[in-house]
Design a protein around this ligand. Sequence first.
Ligand SMILES: C[S@@+](CC[C@H](N)C(=O)[O-])C[C@H]1O[C@@H](n2cnc3c(N)ncnc32)[C@H](O)[C@@H]1O
Length: 290
Amino acid sequence: MTTFTALTTLQGRDAAYALGEAMERLEPEPTGVGVFEMEDGSGLWEVGAYFEAEPDDTSLAVLAAAMGAKPFVVSELPETDWVAHVRRELAPVEAGRFFVYGSHDADKVPADCEPLLIEAAMAFGTGHHGTTLGCLRALDRLANNGFVGEHVADIGCGTAVLAMGAARIWPQTVIASDIDEVAVDVARANVAANGLEGRVDCVEAAGFDHPTLAAAAPFDLVFANILKGPLVSLAPDMAKALQEDGYAILSGILNEQADEVIEVYARSGINLVHRESIVDWTTLTLQKNT
Ligand SMILES: C[S@@+](CC[C@H](N)C(=O)[O-])C[C@H]1O[C@@H](n2cnc3c(N)ncnc32)[C@H](O)[C@@H]1O
């Protein structure tokens, strides 16, 4: 299948993320959007998207002009198995006791780790992003402190990397949910590939709105790596879904947004225990103690 890319650069992180979000709404819909800070110290950000059909030049030109970005450069890429390509490129990630790897690195799995096999696919969560890494490290930290999760949910599971991490170290079934049906399919495939069928239950849901989640609540640990806006909206439901003394591991929060999220959750009786910043992203561990 032919793949097209549309790439531009612009100044400023907020503008770059806003452009990335706007690109997700383009027609034809991109199969992926990336936002990266350029490493040349220029303060420029690169925003790009992949498309399976040729993107519309006029829409791109209007978008670039509206967002103050340079005109998009559209390229047609030679036929390549991109998933296979990305898989080869992805190096394994170590996060506390967890070792996240693709099948091409199966021979590198250390003996004394909790392995999580994640193939690059159309879902977020290979362990490379600071938010996933922060959540895995927060999980590792809780477990090191003697916490044992018995009722665990992963809201916005993507690949189910966090749910599978919890299922690797604790005996109870974990519920993994995502608003995106493609992510739920990827999550189920990963659960099977990791031999965790029956240990991680994957459902399609927005927030806690699913009978499986309702039946399993209250939780003693909830992961939610889903960006600041949805996290803020989720705070009252999180307060209802967590049992007293239960933990929430939240990520997808830009560093400068963290204080606001902490305040919002504190108003719902869910208070800061630990915070960690990895590059631009902050992961929070909070505990309900009303
Ligand atoms: C940043 S990814 C996190 C994936 C994985 N949990 C990780 O830590 O790598 C966020 C995921 O949350 C999902 N999502 C966003 N808003 C959501 C919501 N309100 N309820 C459930 N899932 C949501 C997205 O579809 C996406 O798969």
